[in-house]
Design a protein around this ligand. Sequence first.
Ligand code: SF4
Length: 124
Amino acid sequence: MRLRGHHLICLNFLKEAFGPRFTELLEDMRKRALSGEEIEVIEGPDEICYACPFFRAGRCLYEEEVADMDRSALEILGLRVGDKVLMEHVRAVLRQKPEELRDFCSDCEFLSTCQPEVEKFLGT
Ligand code: SF4
């Protein structure tokens, strides 16, 4: 699968958003990623975006903000666009960087949904 930077992080924690169709897609992609499917890091919209209500005319309505999130996520993960990675590696890096992960999530509109998942993941 192909994922933009910040979705490498969000896919682990966001369990519900934008109604049943989007939530089902998240669940399906999370299962694929966690089962070991290779992930190619891409720039711009990915398969998750295509099902999102904010995806309009081929781009995210918040593309500038989310592009910043992509850059932050890739910096935390030590990855670049074009890299191929397994979710197992992403999760191992995130477990070593709890404060960076909490900081990354701190301004997100989905924080209240994801926070319990993040803390469970970090084992706190
Ligand atoms: S908000 Fe933007 S970046 Fe996030 S899933 Fe929707 S289209 Fe993609």
